[in-house]
Design a protein around this ligand. Structure first.
Ligand code: COA
Length: 188
């Protein structure tokens, strides 16, 4: 299992038994306002964590003190792979907002990408109305590259028509990255 240790967090691969913590935060309406709907049933959440635990795309963010999983970071290699670019995303539990945990977790993942994976560029996208999301991106030194008009549809109207959203694109390059303190722990 891959683990990254920061001051207050362990950012690590998911384990199937994380499903209850995941269920807690994906069940808040405010959390999925700008996201695809999640299946919040016990079975649904068990299948998410089982799937996440098989790869390195979804990283659980655990509080060091309580061992509670308070959110996750999505980190997916974009195609074609020779572009050395990863997409970044994140969802956290509202009970733990406003403490810098998302900043710390995302910094750890970016550091891992730049130091261990040879990442050249990381990209993140968000709805301009999702202010806490783009403020997070600016805290982790990502640069706004542009605004794409009516670029995505995630939700539909009551009659099933797509609702089109604008999207900000943020990025950071390896040469722009300022080193963040964390430890990589390989665990059997
Ligand atoms: C996006 C999201 C992760 C941001 O959460 P957040 O709590 O604002 O972000 P952080 O954990 O980094 O906390 C930052 C806040 O803590 C404060 N803070 C306290 N201690 C801090 C520290 N040590 N380091 C950094 N910030 C700290 C910051 O000042 C900031 O507060 P402010 O917003 O009042 O200025 C969260 O809103 C979320 O999960 N949203 C739902 C899912 C979602 O929309 N995902 C994105 C889809 S594009």
């Amino acid at each position: 299992m891959k683990r990254i240790e920061t001051d207050r967090l362990i950012v690590r691969n998911f384990k199937p038994e994380d499903w209850k913590d995941l269920q807690e935060y994906v069940s808040y309406e405010e959390v999925i306002k700008y996201e695809e709907d999640w299946d919040t049933s016990d079975e649904g959440c068990k299948s998410y964590t089982k799937f996440f635990s098989k790869g390195d795309t979804f990283w659980a963010v655990e509080l060091k003190d309580s061992k509670k999983v308070i959110g996750h970071v999505y980190f997916n290699r974009a195609k074609p792979e020779r572009f050395l670019t990863w997409d970044l995303g994140y969802i956290f539990n509202p009970l733990f907002y406003g403490k810098g945990y998302a900043t710390e977790g995302c910094n750890a993942i970016l550091q891992y990408g730049f130091e261990k994976l040879g990442m050249h560029r990381a990209v993140a996208k968000c709805n301009p109305d999702n202010i806490t999301s783009w403020r997070l991106l600016e805290r982790i030194s990502m640069r706004k590259e542009g605004l794409c008009k009516k670029a995505v549809t995630i939700k539909t109207t009551e009659t099933g028509q797509p609702i089109w959203w604008d999207e900000y694109i943020y990025s950071i390059l390896s040469e722009e990255w300022k080193r963040f303190e964390c430890k990589y722990i390989e665990q059997i």
